[in-house]
Design a protein around this ligand. Structure first.
Ligand code: SAH
Ligand code: SF4
Length: 337
């Protein structure tokens, strides 16, 4: 049975025309699905009853609720979802005085195997569909308060570009959720082929997970460096600059004693020279079974000073929801029964 959430206006039109409706009905349906709290066809009162009934027999809305929620002491909430294929994935809502951010997953698990990341450790359980990606936004209770979305949950978005692109198009379309593209950020290790496609027509902000500027060291942390070296990623970004209002940033997981020496700061500065971007430093969030450490304050400050001295614009991103395993790199998609 076809689910409507995750379908573009064109696709909804085809479905509606098949049921003897017309194109205006498709626009109505899209607005009800992507802008309101609609979970049944019955609620879509601006289309004829006969069409609602026909749609109900032959298709479904495709909305489903999280199976578990955890609330952190800092008010971050982590939702666990399970779709009809039994894939599990997590979504994190982070309210703050300035803005309310939703962190969405794009895969169940991840196959990139980054050594410092718990999602990388649990392995891969498949791509999420545009329906699963959008449902994380549409079905959480705080939905109307969200003003920023980051595709930084479980998974590597560029390893699932088609579904991710479709979901973001629906989020930003004026017939869809009408969310500003510059309020959405996609985070990637920098897979070259999908990156080239993205740069031809960027559909939101881009964040590249740098984590180490020195190739042989990055390979140790992120196996993907072997086939998709960061130097080439940066070359592609120089060739196809991202235009305003969209922004480019880099992320840097600070690992105590490993990637935050003066040598690393100088190499970061050389790598990013002349690129219009800033660097977000994320102190490593701990999880069991690894020998990594979070950086000490002295070590972190020295790294930041050295970056600043070498002309790199930096910000430290304090992770949220560490106490409930909701911070960057802590998502494992497991329930606690
Ligand atoms: N797969 C994508 C997006 C999800 S990971 C990517 O890697 O970019 C989002 C961010 O969390 C990445 O920058 C990643 O380097 C970082 N990260 C992973 N594990 C972490 C951990 N344990 N502590 C802090 N940041 C982590
Ligand atoms: Fe996957 Fe990102 Fe974790 Fe690497 S850091 S394993 S790419 S989720």
């Amino acid at each position: 049975m076809v689910c409507l959430i995750g379908k573009s206006l064109n696709e909804i039109s085809k479905i509606v025309l098949n049921q003897s409706g017309h194109a205006d009905h498709a626009l109505e349906i899209a607005k009800w699905l992507y802008r309101k709290e609609t979970s049944t066809f019955e609620e879509i009162i601006t289309i004829p009853l006969i069409l609602r009934k026909a749609l109900d027999i032959n298709s479904c809305i495709g909305k489903y609720n999280p199976i578990q929620v955890h609330e952190s002491a800092d008010e971050t909430r982590k939702y666990l979802f399970e779709n009809y294929q039994s894939q599990r994935f997590e979504t994190v809502y982070m309210p703050s005085a300035k803005r309310n951010t939703l962190c969405i997953s794009t895969q169940s698990g991840c196959r990139m195997g980054c050594r410092f990341c718990l999602t990388g450790k649990i392995g891969f359980n498949g791509n999420l569909s545009a329906n699963d990606i959008l449902n994380q936004y549409l079905s959480i209770p705080e939905r109307s308060k969200i003003n920023r979305i980051v595709l930084m949950g479980m998974g590597e978005p560029f390893d699932n570009l088609n579904e991710v692109k479709k979901a973001v198009e629906i989020l930003t379309a004026d017939w869809g959720a009408s969310f500003g593209a510059s309020n959405i950020t996609i985070s990637t290790v920098g897979l070259h082929e999908p990156l080239k496609l993205f740069l031809e027509n960027p559909f939101c902000n881009l964040a590249i997970s740098l984590n180490n500027p020195i190739s042989h060291e990055r390979k140790e942390l992120m196996p993907i460096e072997k086939s998709n070296p960061i130097a080439e990623t940066v070359n592609l970004l120089r060739k196809h600059p991202i235009k305003k209002p969209l922004r480019l940033s880099f992320e840097y997981v600070a690992l105590g004693g490993i990637n935050i020496t003066e040598r690393h700061a100088i190499a970061v500065s050389a790598l990013l020279k002349g690129l219009k971007c800033h660097l977000n430093i994320i102190p490593w969030n701990s999880h069991e079974g690894t020998s990594f450490k979070s950086p000490s304050e002295i070590e972190l400050n020295a790294f930041i000073n050295c970056l600043n001295k070498n002309g790199v614009l930096t910000a430290v991103r304090q992770s949220r929801g560490e106490d409930i395993g909701a911070a960057c790199g802590q998502m494992a998609g497991v329930s606690d029964e």
